[in-house]
Design a protein around this ligand. Structure first.
Ligand SMILES: [Zn+2]
Length: 91
């Protein structure tokens, strides 16, 4: 007799067994805590959600986003700008 554990996305009802090709599942919860953090946080509601549902609703994207490289102005750039301005002023 085989034993299989099945998880179901609470939003789209996608079922997944641990041995199947993974469509990762996440626990999504709503937590309440007083702003002054005087009392312990309370989890009000927890639901099991698949990765596709999270992405579709733009709640979480586990794939890392690539940040555009920031261009840093170098000393050479500043020097070129000064030279360019001097040439234009004399021109
Ligand atoms: Zn889903």
């Amino acid at each position: 007799m085989a034993y299989h554990q099945t998880w179901t996305c609470d939003l789209c009802q996608h079922e997944q067994r641990k041995s199947m090709e993974p469509r990762s599942l996440y626990e999504m919860s709503v937590t309440a805590i007083r702003a002054d953090r005087r009392y312990q946080a309370h989890t009000l509601h927890t639901t099991l959600v698949c990765e596709d549902c999270l992405k579709e609703r733009k709640l979480y994207n586990p794939e890392p986003t690539r940040a555009e490289p920031q261009y840093v102005t170098t000393f050479e750039d500043m020097l070129r700008e000064i030279v360019r301005e001097e040439i234009e002023a004399k021109g």
